[in-house]
Design a protein around this ligand. Structure first.
Ligand SMILES: CC(C)(COP(=O)(O)OP(=O)(O)OC[C@H]1O[C@@H](n2cnc3c(N)ncnc32)[C@H](O)[C@@H]1OP(=O)(O)O)[C@@H](O)C(=O)NCCC(=O)NCCS
Length: 139
């Protein structure tokens, strides 16, 4: 980790600047900021009507800052909103099947593997499969 002994000490996670995450009922976004730069972001879309208790989440961390706890901190911020402010029943996400780091992180936070979508993404000139993962409250 070099001179960045514990970057999480300096990372702030909070609602993305363009929105009051608790009053917008459909989209909740968090960013991780380090020394004035955004180094990661996480977002959650909440469904409506029969999907109003389901959140669809996404996460990314800047390549230079992966593996240092930022992704986990962002995801935990989203889970806190989902569990303790919105009372969502289910969170779901999709991840490319070869992304071991992301899958490990999601499993450690209670997401389970649910199924594979074949050729569901076009990346670098090839079609890749994605894994659907879900976290059901009180599973
Ligand atoms: C996947 C990603 C979001 C994880 O964020 P991160 O900040 O690197 O993750 P963290 O440092 O918080 O690590 C959390 C967990 O992820 C897993 N993890 C992280 N890096 C890993 C690696 N190189 N290999 C295996 N597991 C890894 C571990 O389970 C880790 O938990 P631990 O530290 O308790 O062991 C980030 O690496 C990323 O943005 N990658 C590129 C884009 C991407 O893949 N986005 C997700 C698409 S769904």
């Amino acid at each position: 980790m070099g001179h960045h002994a514990d970057p999480l000490d300096d990372v702030r996670t909070g609602p993305a600047p363009d929105g009051d995450s608790l009053s917008d009922t459909t989209f909740h976004a968090f960013v991780a900021e380090l020394h004035g730069e955004i180094v990661g972001a996480a977002g959650m879309h909440v469904g409506n009507r029969r999907r109003s208790r389901v959140g669809d989440v996404g996460l990314s961390v800047h390549d230079l800052w992966t593996g240092q706890g930022i992704g986990r901190a962002l995801m935990q911020a989203l889970l806190d909103v989902a569990d303790n402010y919105l009372g969502l029943k289910r969170l779901e996400l999709e991840v490319v099947t070869d992304n071991e780091a992301a899958i490990q992180l999601y499993e450690s936070l209670g997401f389970k593997r649910e199924g594979i979508k074949r050729s569901s993404m076009f990346r670098g000139g090839v079609f890749v499969d994605t894994l659907m993962m879900g976290r059901v409250r009180d599973d």
